[in-house]
Ligand binder design. Structure first.
Ligand code: CP3
Length: 349
């Protein structure tokens, strides 16, 4: 390969795979690769609260780059969190260690909508600044910008924090559909604007995380969620960035999630890439889907699983290797590096 063909993130394996173009090797990155399992991450985060760390561009840039330097992954993902844009527009919340996002006053009534103004780029100057710093070091490696999808954001706002059953969320969806639709319309604006800020600053790809949407039936997804996810993704339609859309437990929803406007559909470990492709057809690339728990298995078992996913992915119109969900905190980072090397070697040529 000539050097000129590797110079721009637009020609990178990741962007090409997302566009269903030919690739020199299967691109690989890991959800939640920045942070968690890395000792160098824990060191720089020492004494800095999670939300504060997301508002310090130098720190964001450093943490974003750590997994690229260490593992040689094919993309960086901006270090941030799905609730950062909510905090930016003034929602009172905290990220509690060991728990996750906690909302001071859960959203339950029409009056609560007043606490969700539109997001403008002026709300998040530190994001634009951090993206600029990251790009200066990344070279031809693409940066992925991301946002939480309206359903997953609504779930945190309505439940007040992480939830197993999402009962208040579903109660609002069915009991006051008008309030639900208005809440999600506002969250779609916020998510879309947050993606747009990152893409305009130079992110080459965006990912919309609808992590918990798999708790819905397809009918409820199509009625109450899909239009809002579509609105969020369409906010970057004119910016020429491929769009990845991911959730867990979404075997029944994959086609509907693709139809929300994705180029790439993220597949969790419960659905094989072969089945995902059968449900999606040829119009989408797929991303996934190694079970993150398998990173704890002995190498021969892990190697088999990785090779099998590379082989299955090669049948799809485009494949980005990833986990089926985020890196678990106790994962040995050396195993992640080894998986990157294996994916590259197994898919080369
Ligand atoms: O994991 C996913 O499903 C991805 C989508 C998502 C993110 N944050 C993106 C993210 C979700 C659902 C969240 C909410 C959230 N935020 C949780 C989960 C709580 C629950 O409901 O179970 C938690 C624990 C947080 C707080 C948080 N976010 C911490 C402590 C950190 C840093 C270290 C770590 O644990 O990863 C984050 C970073 C974060 N959240 C990133 C992303 C994409 C950063 C980029 C990366 O690590 O790759």
């Amino acid at each position: 390969m000539t050097p000129s063909s590797t110079k721009s993130p637009r020609d990178s394996a990741l962007v090409r795979a997302a566009r269903r173009q030919s690739v020199p090797h299967t691109p690989v990155w890991f959800m939640r690769q920045a942070g968690r399992s890395l000792p160098e991450y824990r060191k720089v985060r020492e004494g800095v609260a999670m939300l504060d760390s997301c508002r310090r561009p130098e720190l964001v840039a450093e943490i974003t780059l750590q997994p690229v330097r260490r593992h040689g992954v094919d993309a960086a993902i901006l270090f941030s969190d799905i609730v950062v844009p909510l905090a930016a527009v003034g929602v009172e919340l905290d990220i509690v260690p060991g728990v996750g996002p906690v909302i001071a006053q859960p959203f339950r009534t029409h009056a609560d909508l007043d606490r969700l103004p539109e997001l403008t780029p002026e709300h998040v100057p530190y994001i634009t600044e951090a993206v600029g710093m990251v790009l200066a070091e990344l070279g031809a490696t693409p940066l992925i910008g991301f946002a939480g999808a309206p359903f997953t954001l609504a779930s945190y706002l309505v439940e007040g924090g992480p939830s197993k059953n999402h009962e208040h969320t579903k109660a609002m969806m069915h009991g006051d559909p008008e309030l639900w639709q208005e809440l999600c319309a506002r969250l779609a604006q916020i998510a879309g604007a947050f993606l747009r800020v990152q893409a305009q600053a130079g992110a080459s790809v965006v990912q919309l995380f609808d992590s918990w949407v798999g708790v819905l039936s397809r009918k409820d997804y199509e009625t109450y969620v899909q239009p809002h996810s579509r609105a969020a993704l369409s906010a970057v339609d004119d910016l020429d960035v491929p769009k990845i859309h991911f959730g867990t437990g979404t075997g029944e929803l994959l086609a509907a999630m693709g139809a929300a406007g994705a180029d790439v559909v993220g597949v969790d470990f419960r659905t094989s890439l072969t089945d995902a492709r059968a449900r999606l057809g040829d119009g989408y690339a797929v991303q996934g889907n190694l079970d993150p728990a398998l990173l704890f298995a002995p190498w021969p078992a892990l190697e088999r699983a990785v090779r099998s996913i590379v082989t299955e992915g090669a049948q799809a119109p485009g494949h980005i290797f990833n986990l089926g969900h985020g890196v678990l905190p106790d994962t040995d980072p050396e195993v992640l590096t080894r998986v990157v090397d294996l994916v590259h070697e197994a898919s080369a040529g």
